[in-house]
Write a new protein. Structure first.
Length: 224
């Protein structure tokens, strides 16, 4: 066993430090169940990167879950790094990383490689819902303005589309309006007036009269 300059405790062979592999970062106290799985084409460089990111407040990844937990538990020297799988085939390395993560479910991994969007949404349904609710709460005024602007745009778009359609099909539309249609109440009218006719008192009265006549006819037939 040897300790690298990064302060992580490396448990592998010295000659494997520069290998491409799937590796594990684990707290020395196994009862804590603090494990992280990763893959790299050069383990020595990756260990140095982990150490630098963990200890550099200016690094954009300084506050991700892995490094927050490591710092909270006393630092990198409390964690051991070991190789789980080694290969020169990078695609195989990535595939094995995904298989191992899905198998052991390490507590410090936040991203699962090769996982589909649907699988992520199923696994994080509650967190996604909370993030959406928080976003809506914090940005409700902006969202309201955006929705109003979208509605105005949609209305203008539909009006313009309607005008374009009428301009291209005006002759055909006028012909259809001149076609006579018959209503169930017995009245005949232009097709363009049919919808308005259905709302009239005449239509209602004629329909009631027609229904009454049909009812009487049915009763007379039954008496025969």
């Amino acid at each position: 066993m040897m300790v690298l300059h990064s302060m992580f405790v490396y448990l592998g062979k010295p000659e494997d430090k520069k290998s491409s592999c799937v590796y594990q970062i684990k707290h020395k106290n196994e009862e804590l169940n603090q494990t992280y799985i990763g893959q790299t084409i050069n383990l020595q460089h990756r260990i140095a990167h982990h150490n630098g990111t963990c200890n550099n407040p200016n690094d954009k990844h300084h506050n991700v879950k892995l490094y927050d937990v490591i710092r909270a538990m006393g630092g990198t020297h409390n964690y051991e790094i070991s190789i789980l799988y080694k290969s020169d085939d990078i695609d195989l390395i990535k595939e094995m990383e995904a298989i191992i993560i899905k198998s052991i479910k390490p507590s410090l991994n936040t991203n699962i490689p090769m996982r589909t969007k649907k699988e992520y949404e199923i696994a994080n349904k509650d967190q996604i819902k909370c993030r959406r609710m928080k976003h809506l709460y914090l940005n409700h005024e902006e969202i309201k303005k955006r929705d109003n602007a979208r509605n105005v745009f949609r209305k203008e778009y539909l009006v313009n589309k309607s005008k374009e359609y009428y301009a291209k099909n005006s002759v055909e539309l006028l012909k259809k309006r001149k076609i006579n249609v018959s209503c169930v109440c017995g009245k005949t009218m232009r097709s363009s007036n049919f919808k308005d006719h259905l709302k009239t008192k005449i239509h209602t009265e004629l329909l009631e009269k027609t229904n009454s006549e049909l009812k009487n006819l049915r009763e007379n037939i039954l008496r025969l």
